[in-house]
Design a protein around this ligand. Sequence first.
Ligand SMILES: [Fe+2]
Length: 264
Amino acid sequence: MLIAQLSDPHICRPGELYHGVVDPAEALRNVVAQLLALDPAPDLVLLTGDVTEHGEAAEYELARDILAPLLDRLLVLPGNHDEREAFRFAFADQPHLPKAGLLHFAVDRGPVSVIGLDITVPGAHHGEIDAPMLDWLAAELAMRPDRPVFLMLHQPPFESGIGFIDPYRCFGGEGLAALLARHPNVERVLCGHVHRAMHLRFGGTIASMAPSTATAIALRLAEGALPASSLEPPAMLLHHWREGPGTVTHHLPIGNFPGPFNFF
Ligand SMILES: [Fe+2]
């Protein structure tokens, strides 16, 4: 089972550059082309939020247009830059998304399950996990005691160590970690939001953060470092689940690179 994870494409209005530096639509088109050329093709494509920059209808239309070849295998979750109802309207034909309320979902596909947790707080950039969310998640996990589970949420439920972004993490991560620790079949917690690839131990499983398909947040680990962004090679994650070894996560740069050459 091959599961691609994209994050934070931040699609802007048609023709508009993301913060004046990069065309996010072109960047996402490159991702789609690269995914369609993979052999084998991914069985699932997970998009961990911030589909758009402003949550506007025209941005969602453009995003949908670019993602069209992948809609049959796309599981998409909103981020803090998305607007819940515009998002719901834009992806109304996606069977995994509920018609009302928070945009949580649980999908069983082949041997794996994917659960999405909508932790966004309208008008805020941080996320929050509250008791009703944990109850919902506990019930969904209880229904899948033996299936490998991938849990998607936009903001990471942990401190990244990049001080200027951590106030915008997902709060309530301690309760989530305690719940996940009781479910060893959870393969990964998959997030985005920080625009960097990161992996750490969390709740007895591994939390993996996918980089943005558009831009990177500067890797500034010094205390008091000023916020900054940069253009680094965009990338995505590929989670390759197999019976036996479990999940191997690959970091896949996006672009056309020289090669292949003869093996050396
Ligand atoms: Fe975000």
